[in-house]
Design a protein around this ligand. Sequence first.
Ligand SMILES: Nc1ncnc2c1ncn2[C@@H]1O[C@H](COP(=O)(O)OP(=O)(O)OP(=O)(O)O)[C@@H](O)[C@H]1O
Ligand SMILES: [Mg+2]
Length: 254
Amino acid sequence: MATLEIHDLHVSVETENGPREILRGVDLTVKQGETHAIMGPNGSGKSTLAYSLAGHPKYTVTSGTVTLDGEDVLAMTVDERARAGVFLAMQYPVEVPGVSVSNFLRTSATAIRGEAPKLRTWVKEVKGAMERLSIDPAFAERNVNEGFSGGEKKRHEILQLELLKPRIAILDETDSGLDVDALRVVSEGVNRVAESGEVGTLLITHYTRILRYIKPDHVHVFANGRIAESGGPELADKLENEGYEAYVKGGATA
Ligand SMILES: Nc1ncnc2c1ncn2[C@@H]1O[C@H](COP(=O)(O)OP(=O)(O)OP(=O)(O)O)[C@@H](O)[C@H]1O
Ligand SMILES: [Mg+2]
């Protein structure tokens, strides 16, 4: 069973005034088949954690370890991480001009599966996944994220999730900016992948409304660059009612 283990992770980002530590000792274990929700105030470092796991070059790991099934993730390139099964749905998905959704998906699937998917089954696979996510087939020929609305970008992220079948899926605020119907469609997509039991999901969110559709096994409060408290789904309700004040007292991130 695949296990992502993060131990005492410290991450800095280069700023005009020198390096600034954002992550300050993150400990987290995510096993295949589990869903973990991460909630926390703006600027607490949630996206930094997501990017660091995916291997974004802007973030420097200064200490700590990240392993997937015992393999050192931090020693892997971005591509190797993707092939190892680490998937990131970004908070702000980027445009890829000149690359169609259809080409992008096929190239990604080829890279991750190690061979080009058979065209006939692939076309069916993509069509089915797009239908399930209520994505207009015309999107296949549009350039990735170019001119997509916020909600369309998020759906496209989940389309990738469904087709690439990662072992660890990091979803950074995939729910933000979605209307109620899109929230349901996107959540159903996440659940379909989760129900396979083959993915461990790290769901970064601000709102408990997505947790009505996606049931986390564990909820973590992220504050000041580390996990301040962990619990079950009831912790999310507590946060909704009481906010994060109890966790951020005594130190802003700066
Ligand atoms: N490249 C950078 N240069 C300077 N500061 C940065 C950089 N990247 C991140 N930070 C800072 O790191 C802190 C954490 O940012 P991060 O995006 O991880 O927060 P977050 O928890 O995802 O917030 P939100 O809930 O608003 O998405 C912020 O104070 C942010 O300004
Ligand atoms: Mg963020």
